[in-house]
Design a protein around this ligand. Structure first.
Ligand code: CTP
Ligand code: MG
Length: 250
């Protein structure tokens, strides 16, 4: 549920950083992934709207492809977005981690809670966004939305050559595993410190906070918060949007 507080009763102000600087190699040739259209609207605009839909989010920082900041500014200006939300665009870097750091560098003073949300997860529902913010407000320094796995997972010894059989090393107990999504939510100071301290290459922000030895908690994610990664995901995303249109009656 959205609450109407900006700043919140605790005085905390929340910003969302959206890394959108990736190419989308796994999606195949075309425009940078975040700029590809879903039912006629760029994926990035869907993601920005998903963050701005939370009344707790007062600022959205978009981290654009390194040479695409001007284009992204034009996109934001030409799509309807909530009046109550401020928007900033900064150019990104070579890795997701670097892009997120560049977004964090652009945050003004007075922001206490930061969400980091993949542009590639354009359809996350606002209730999931609000649940993450709520858990940070309740005192967790890092919060990740996640879902139980459908598939059993095997740990393997990766073959050097693609397509070669790979020996299985272990089968982690599926019930103990979660597939993590975004937005991930953080106490701002904690996330900034994690980005200053951890230099290993990581695929999510919460694992940097784990490396600081701090408590990271999982809250329920949502199946519509899936990441658009491969061509089939575009089909699924457009089907979800079509279903929403039907349900919303427009
Ligand atoms: N990202 C970013 N800067 C990078 C790389 C990735 O801001 N240098 C962002 C992507 O734009 C995306 C999010 O991080 O919103 C998650 O990354 P992923 O889904 O892997 O997107 P890409 O890196 O673009 O896709 P691929 O790995 O298939 O190239
Ligand atoms: Mg990537």
């Amino acid at each position: 549920m959205s609450d109407d507080s900006r700043p919140s009763p605790s005085g905390a102000r929340t910003a969302a950083v959206i890394p959108a600087a990736g190419r989308g190699v796994r999606l195949g040739p075309g425009a940078p992934k975040a700029l590809r259209a879903l039912n006629g609207t760029p994926m990035l605009i869907h993601a920005v709207r998903a963050m701005a839909a939370s009344r707790a989010v007062s600022l959205v920082v978009v981290v654009a492809p390194p040479d695409g900041a001007a284009e992204v500014k034009v996109l934001l200006d030409s799509h309807a977005l909530p009046e109550r939300t401020d928007f900033l665009v900064v150019p990104g870097g070579d890795s997701r981690q670097e892009s997120v750091r560049l977004g964090l560098d652009a945050l003004p003073p007075g922001i206490d809670i930061v969400l980091v949300h993949d542009a590639a997860r354009p359809l996350v529902p606002v209730d999931t966004v609000d649940a993450v913010i709520e858990a940070v407000r309740d005192g967790a320094p890092a919060v990740v939305p996640a879902l139980p796995l459908a598939d059993t997972v095997k740990q393997v010894e990766p073959a050097g050559v693609p397509g070669e059989p790979e020996p299985v090393v272990a089968t982690p107990e599926r019930a103990l595993l979660r597939a993590v999504q975004t937005p991930q939510g953080f106490d701002r100071e904690t996330l900034v410190r994690a980005h200053e301290t951890v230099t290993d290459n990581v695929t999510d922000d919460a694992s940097m906070v784990e490396q600081l030895g701090l408590r990271v908690v999982v809250v329920p994610g949502h199946e519509e918060a899936f990441k658009v990664t491969r061509p089939l995901d575009l089909v699924l995303a457009e089907a979800v949007l079509a279903r929403r249109r039907l349900n919303d009656g427009f």
